[in-house]
Design a protein around this ligand. Structure first.
Ligand SMILES: [Zn+2]
Length: 201
């Protein structure tokens, strides 16, 4: 923690806060996209996209899961999605899964998560849509397969939100599925045919 703390204490000195870029941040935020990804420390949206402060609005949780719309109780996910759409007016949402994901690994192996009841209950939101693959005909699906299917599934959940549905119909919102390899830096993009592919820059 000490290194992190030292860097935080010297941050202001290391960055040119006198520049117009930072001064402008006081006027508000106008992010281009909502970026939904895993809490995993190896996935850094700003590093991957080269985003500057103010350019992406982030929503992170274990397994980049989007809870079903209308789920009872307060939800950081529902609030963040609502704010991104209604207030910030983002026109693009990325759901980004990743390689070596612990959450997807636990779902794949059917780990006993009774010692982690919070994690267990949370992953339960993603489990039903993965069950056909986890328990079905596909023998021993790979972890990348599961993480990628989870991205497709979470996009489907997101699409079922009335606010997203309406905006997609009106061509005011686009959804994107990404799969990021933490050890190679490769970004795979979900194509319209449902397959993830690497696109040249
Ligand atoms: Zn993860």
């Amino acid at each position: 923690m000490k290194a992190l703390l030292d860097r935080a204490r010297s941050f202001k000195r290391r960055v040119d806060f006198e520049s117009g870029e930072y001064r402008k941040l006081a006027e508000g935020q106008y992010p281009e996209a909502l970026f939904i990804t895993c809490s995993d420390s190896r996935v850094i949206p700003a590093l991957i996209t080269g985003a500057r402060p103010g350019e992406i609005f982030e929503l992170r949780n274990a397994g980049n899961i989007v809870p079903p719309h209308g789920r009872p109780g307060a939800s950081g996910e529902a609030a963040t999605i609502e704010y991104a759409l209604e207030v910030l007016g983002v026109q693009d949402i990325v759901v980004c899964g990743h390689s070596h994901c612990g959450a997807m690994g636990a779902l794949k192996s059917g780990d006993d998560l009774s010692a982690l009841p919070g994690v267990d209950a949370w992953l339960e939101l993603a489990r039903p849509r993965l069950t056909p693959v986890l328990d079905g005909d596909v023998r021993d699906p790979s972890l990348p397969d599961i993480a990628q299917l989870n991205v497709v599934n979470q996009l489907a959940v997101l699409r079922s939100y009335p606010a997203t549905q309406q905006r997609i119909e009106e061509d005011r919102l686009r959804l994107h599925g990404w799969y990021y390899e933490v050890d190679t830096g490769q970004v795979h993009e979900l194509d319209t045919d449902g397959r993830f592919r690497v696109h040249a820059a």
